[in-house]
Design a protein around this ligand. Structure first.
Ligand code: ADP
Length: 693
């Protein structure tokens, strides 16, 4: 505390003002002293000091000390006594403020019950004993008062200080923390009415106490005014009314007016002091209680509003029913779910929201549960059907919780979720799943069938190849015999047969030779399907050159040429077979051609559009010949199939060339197709695939 000198002028000003206030108010007190010159029951400085320390901190002690010492010196006390009493008063304020801060927080504005009770207990009742004890003891020690008066003096001292703490300190604190009047017009009028009532009351009890008949109620008639102030104006109202009344009562007493004017002044002041302290405490407690109640109602209302907002915004429906099944609350989501508004359902039985089958049993459910405690839904939750206002049913998920309120009342709150959409989706998913399963089963079935077909086909192809081989092989021998016999006949019986016989024999020989050719083709065809491919790299360009050389005479005879517009690639294949393919196609291109200059063009394309889809790496053999009617595009690949071609000279052939070509291409995992129309020339396309080795 020796650090006081470092404080600024503001501090100095505060100290001086406090010391002055202390001095002036203490002089008022001393003027009303009755027990002893230095002791008075009216002591506002205690309240001023407490408020000062609470508001400005303990450093303000110097003002208290100065004021107190000066005031005590003014009532003829030795310096040592004045200093001692001053110290007592200072300590009292510091202790009171410390206790308040310690237990009521940093800014006790007395709006709450806790602040008020701590002010009464710690400051008014407890801290004041310090000053009373130090003061009375100092006076007695100094011989200014006799020891026999110690207790009456102590009590008066204590009562005076307690009054200061209960009447003055709360007034200052309340106005300090809320200095501005923010009253509405009505509030102002009411405050004016209250003030007028106080004035009227004062007038009646002071000037004409005998007339009013109110005299007997004095001073307790202040209570209605205090209650009025507490209810309507809070702590500031209560402390102000109490202070005004305090002032008025002291004034009347001093002026020997009012209903108690016949009594001794000291006694009246004692009575008034005790009464005002009681009234002050009552007023403070009351206004704090009212305020707290209002605050808790406010928070309750706020939280109710907040809860309503939350409940109305959740997507799930929420219904509360009582133990009779009567609907007590119903949120917005319920309106969406059921179609009823809250007004339509609240107060009615919840059965209206259920289909008949549940509704009839619902009351039983509840009473059973209440009796046995066995729950069917409560705390479990399950899927049920709900009934909408329009009479439709919908699937919903319900979970119910039991809520026990005070007075043994039981409520049930149910959370409802409309799961129609989810059910729909689940249904669709289920359907899709079943459909998918069916598809998979079908596919598996088809795949199995396909596998079987392929195997069957392979087997029957094999069997056919085998059959063709056996048949042609076995037929060859008797045919050879037939031919030999025909030759013998022609040689040995040439002169014995007539012309007709010879002609028939020649015909027999021709047909046998043709049959030999056909059988040879058949044998070759079956061999194509049975023998392995001799795979190697083949330069198609070179192959064409070789073919050109081989077919030289044939080409010249028919005024034909083989054209290769671009270089041709290398392919991996059975060389002999692919050369056979090319030779067959080129031969046909020239054979079935009615042009004076016959041309067979061999080329290659990276991509081409085949009837079965796009193909890559495609070879073609194109001619300017007679063309093939699309009707026969499939037939020409069948063995021994020949077309009537009146436009060209009758060419040699068995009708198996294209059959061999197709077989060879298929053995090479390739495809063959053609583009052609009668009189438009033909183009045969083919691919060579990867060969399985
Ligand atoms: P062949 O030539 O021995 O008759 P193919 O199997 O090679 O047997 O041909 C079958 C038939 O297809 C032929 O008889 C012919 O009528 C027709 N043909 C084949 N190639 C062509 C072509 N480039 N132009 C017109 N017709 C063709």
């Amino acid at each position: 505390m020796g650090s006081a000198f470092k404080y600024d002028s503001r501090y100095v000003a505060r100290v001086l003002i406090l010391a002055t206030l202390y001095y002036i108010t203490s002089k008022i007190g001393f003027n009303l002293s009755s027990v002893a010159e230095q002791v008075t029951v009216i002591w506002p400085p205690t309240g001023i000091s407490l408020a000062a320390v609470l508001l400005f901190g303990p450093d303000i002690w110097l003002g208290i000390f100065l004021g107190a010492v000066l005031a005590n010196l003014s009532v003829h006390e030795p310096v040592i006594v004045a200093l001692s009493i001053g110290a007592g008063n200072t300590l009292e304020a510091l202790a009171g403020a410390w206790l308040l801060h310690r237990f009521a927080g940093p800014s006790p504005n007395l709006a709450h019950m806790r602040d008020v009770l701590i002010l009464i207990l710690c400051a008014a009742l407890l801290s004041t004993t310090i000053s009373a004890t130090i003061g009375t003891t100092s006076l007695c020690l100094a011989g200014l008062q006799p020891w026999k008066h110690y207790f009456p003096i102590w009590f008066t001292w204590w009562l005076g200080d307690a009054g200061g703490d209960v009447i003055i300190a709360p007034l200052l604190l309340a106005w300090y923390y809320t200095p501005y009047l923010s009253l509405s017009r009505r509030g102002m009028l009411e405050a004016a009415a209250l003030a007028l009532t106080i004035v009227a009351y004062t007038y009646i009890i002071s000037v004409r106490p005998e007339v009013s008949g109110l005299a007997q109620f004095y001073p307790s008639a202040v209570f209605p005014l205090l209650i009025w102030a507490a209810i309507r104006f809070g702590t500031r109202g209560v402390t102000t009314v109490n202070f005004l009344f305090y002032g008025i009562a002291i004034g009347l007493t001093v002026m020997h007016l009012g209903p108690l004017s016949h009594m001794q002044t000291g006694l009246v002041l004692d009575i008034l002091q005790t009464f005002t302290i009681t009234a002050g405490i009552t007023g403070l407690v009351m206004s704090a209680a009212i305020r707290e109640r209002a605050e808790s109602e406010e928070t309750e209302q706020e939280s109710r509003i907040r809860l309503d907002v939350v409940l109305d915004n959740i997507v799930d429906g929420l219904i509360t029913i009582d133990d009779k099944g009567t609907i007590r609350s119903y949120n917005k989501a319920c309106t969406t779910i059921f179609g009823y508004t809250a007004a339509e359902v609240i107060g009615r039985n919840v059965r209206m929201l259920m289909p008949e089958k549940h509704a009839t049993h619902h009351n039983e459910y509840i009473s059973n549960y209440l009796k046995t405690g066995k729950a069917k839904i409560i705390g479990i939750g399950r899927e049920l059907e709900g009934l909408r206002k329009d009479g439709t049913l919908f699937p919903m998920e319900l979970s119910v919780a039991e809520v026990k309120m005070g007075h043994g009342i039981r409520y049930f709150s149910g959370i409802i979720r409309d799961i129609s959409e989810r059910k729909n989706i689940e249904g669709n998913l289920q359907e899709a799943h079943l459909y998918q399963q069916q598809m998979i089963r079908d596919l598996q079935l088809k795949e199995g069938q396909l596998l079987r077909y392929t195997q069957d086909l392979k087997r029957s192809n094999q069997e056919l190849d085998d059959f063709a081989y056996i048949a042609s092989h076995d037929l060859k021998e008797p045919l050879r015999g037939l031919l030999t016999q025909t030759s013998f006949l022609l040689e040995d019986y040439k002169n014995k047969l007539d012309v007709d016989g010879l002609r028939r024999l020649h015909r027999l020989q021709y047909l046998s030779l043709r049959m030999e050719k056909l059988i040879g083709d058949l044998l070759y065809f079956s061999r194509l399907g049975r023998t392995d491919l001799a795979v190697q790299e083949l330069d198609i360009g070179e192959a064409i050159s070789e073919i050109r050389l081989m077919m030289d005479t044939f080409l010249k005879e028919r005024n034909a040429s083989i054209v290769v517009p671009q270089p041709l690639p290398l392919v991996v294949c059975d060389k002999l077979r692919i050369v056979e393919v090319l030779r067959n196609l080129i031969t046909n291109a020239i054979k079935y051609n009615d042009k004076p200059e016959r041309v067979a063009e061999i080329g290659f394309m990276n991509t081409a559009q085949a009837p079965h889809g796009p193909e890559t790496n495609v070879f073609y053999v194109k001619d300017n010949g007679i063309g093939i009617d699309p009707e026969f595009h499939d037939a020409i690949f069948r063995i021994f199939k020949r077309l009537e071609n009146p436009a060209v000279r009758q060419e040699e052939g068995t009708g198996s060339g294209l059959t061999f070509v197709k077989k060879i291409i298929e053995r090479h995992n390739g495809r063959i197709w053609l583009e052609s129309a009668s009189g438009k020339g033909s183009t045969f396309y083919f691919t060579i695939g990867k060969i399985d080795t």
